[in-house]
Design a protein around this ligand. Sequence first.
Ligand SMILES: [Fe+2]
Length: 189
Amino acid sequence: MTSPALDTFVAQAIARSRALTDPADCVLALAPLMLDLIGKAGSFLEPQHYKSDPDHYARNLVYSAPDNSLSLYTLVWLPGQWTPVHDHGSWGVVGVLEGVLEERSYVRLSHDRGADSGIELVRGGVILLGSGAVTSFVPNPDHIHITGVPAERPSAVSLHLYGRTMDDFHIYDVAAGTRKRVEVAHNES
Ligand SMILES: [Fe+2]
């Protein structure tokens, strides 16, 4: 860790997330911390945290707890870069540093039996998150969405805190009604 602002954020995030076992309570307690942190991003983010990738959105690690209980990344989105349809299997709190991050949600109609097939999803609403916005999600059971930046909009940079080391997630094939667990790469700081 490189700055008092980040040190304080991490210490408070660890303390609050340990004390609150319900993910919904956890994001309630952590969202204000993220709002404060994005205002101080200039004090701890370094050039490598703004690294982009022409092939896909870039994930740059900022902090990972030694016990894997939480992790913080910058995500850098060039115009036209999107995630697949995915969930996270954990709570998460996201703050937007630059640009407008777009989130398109999916609603699960089928009962969640923990199975990887027979999943019926329909498209939900869209949310446009401008610089300074904070959003969050909890697995109840799954928060399923795609996130990115349309081709006609400028790049975006966002900070993402998750309740685990985020090295894999489910991606969904909406038409087939299936999902699979895939590893996701990141750049080390
Ligand atoms: Fe996501």
